[in-house]
Each structure stands twice: as C-alpha cells, then as structure tokens.
Design a protein around this ligand. Structure first.
Ligand SMILES: Nc1nc2c(ncn2[C@@H]2O[C@H](COP(=O)(O)OP(=O)(O)O)[C@@H](O)[C@H]2O)c(=O)[nH]1
Ligand SMILES: [Mg+2]
Length: 214
C-alpha cells in the first residue's frame, strides 16, 4: 500500500518584474525564459523529496495586479508557504516587501513563525545592484524570515529556495501538531492537579469547569 503524497500550496509574491515567473519556470522546467506575460497568473505542480519525504508542491505564480485583490486575499489565506521576492536591482521592489509581509501576517493571525522566505532575485546582475546583501539580511532578521539570494538566469539557489520553503512548511506542520498536543495536555492538567490542592468547597463544579474548551 502506498502512502498518499502530501500536497502543499506555495505562493510566489513580489512586485512586477522581479522574476516570479522566471523563478517558477526555472524551478519547474529548468529553463530561463526571457519574456513572460506579466499579467499571467499561473500555477504549477512538482513532486520532490524534502527531508526524506516525497511531497507535491502546488506553486502559484502571482501576477500581483491590484484589480485582483479579492483573489490575493484568497491565496494569502490558502497559501501554506510564501516566497517573498524582490529584485536586488530594484530598491522599490525591496520597499514593497514589508507591505506584502504585513498582508500575509494579517491573513495568518500574526503568526511570526509562518513559513516565509525572503528572496533577493537577479543576483547575477551585480553591476546593477541597488540592495546590498546586508540590507536583505537585516530585513529578514527583523521580520523573522530567512534570506536567500537567487538568480533565475543562472539557476543559482533556485532549487534551494523552493526546497527550503517546503522544508519549513513540513517543520511548521510538525510543530503545530506538538503545540496542539501540549494544549490538550495543559487543558487536562488542572484536573490532575486538583487532588493536591486544598479541598475546594464545590469540587464537582470546578472539575467540570476545567473541561471547558476556551
Ligand atoms: N538577469 C536576470 N534576469 C532575470 C532574472 N529573473 C528574471 N529576469 C528577467 O526579468 C524580467 C521579468 O521577469 P518575470 O519573471 O516576468 O517577472 P515577474 O513579473 O515577477 O513574474 C524578464 O525579462 C526575465 O527574463 C534573473 O535572475 N536574472
Ligand atoms: Mg510574472
């Protein structure tokens, strides 16, 4: 009997022209596309082995147009991991990151451990660089993200960034299970502690109270 492969939704976000489609196509098809219709929002699927587990990644390459903001809210809710992409050759695309991050945080109940990678793309264009590596690292530290620089042209760190995000998602999911277990245990803890406490006047009522799920 084969175990069903786990599926995860990854969302690639960032300003127009930073290389979201090029990164996605390079990862999926292993080729560099010079021109890709910037208005196309597409999704791709790829299976890969992450931390010894085979997973299926559903990758949404967003087009980031304002008129689709209802769609944007939707994929921010359903996305299980995000690549926040800017281009190291564009200061304005870097400035846009904090806004996008805030929007994700709103959709994810301000969970600062949510799997998100900060990606500085086009690192092959060193002579056109507007955002130093240190600034990327600093922003990532401030937002509790990991920073990685990529080139969709030379394939530098392309595979690594998607794999790293998938690995983060798996770890996050496992942590959620641990957290849920310890929540259940702590809900039962007062009931076990009750006999050691000074005898309450109405023990039956207190015991029933500790079973209420908040
Ligand atoms: N030199 C270089 N060009 C890139 C890189 N990534 C994307 N591009 C180019 O940047 C332009 C915009 O890329 P695209 O993927 O369409 O950006 P999107 O709007 O974020 O999807 C295209 O001409 C790409 O060929 C990269 O890493 N290095
Ligand atoms: Mg695109």
């Amino acid at each position: 009997m084969t175990t069903p492969v786990k599926e995860y939704q990854l969302v690639v976000m960032g300003s127009g022209g930073v290389g979201k489609s090029t990164l996605s196509v390079q990862f999926i098809q292993g080729q560099f596309v010079d021109e890709y219709d910037p208005t196309i929002e597409d999704s791709y699927r790829k299976e890969l082995v992450v931390d010894g587990e085979t997973v299926s990644l559903d990758i949404l390459d967003t087009a980031g147009q304002e008129e689709y903001s209802a769609m944007r809210e939707q994929y921010m809710k359903t996305g299980q991991g995000f690549l926040l992409v800017f281009s190291v050759t564009s200061r304005s695309s870097f400035d846009e990151i904090s806004v996008l991050h805030q929007q994700i945080m709103r959709a994810k109940n301000n969970d600062s451990n949510y799997p998100i990678l900060l990606v500085g793309n086009k690192c092959d264009l060193e002579d056109q660089r507007e955002v130093p590596k240190e600034e990327g690292t600093r922003l990532a530290n401030r937002l509790n993200l990991t920073y990685i620089e990529t080139s969709a042209k030379t394939r530098t760190n392309v595979e690594e960034s998607f794999t790293m995000l998938a690995s983060r998602i798996l770890k996050y999911e496992k942590q959620q299970v641990v957290n849920a277990r310890s929540r259940v245990q702590s809900q039962h803890a007062p009931a076990r502690a009750t006999p050691a406490q000074p005898q309450p006047t109405t023990p039956a009522k207190e015991e029933s109270n500790c079973c209420i799920v908040a």
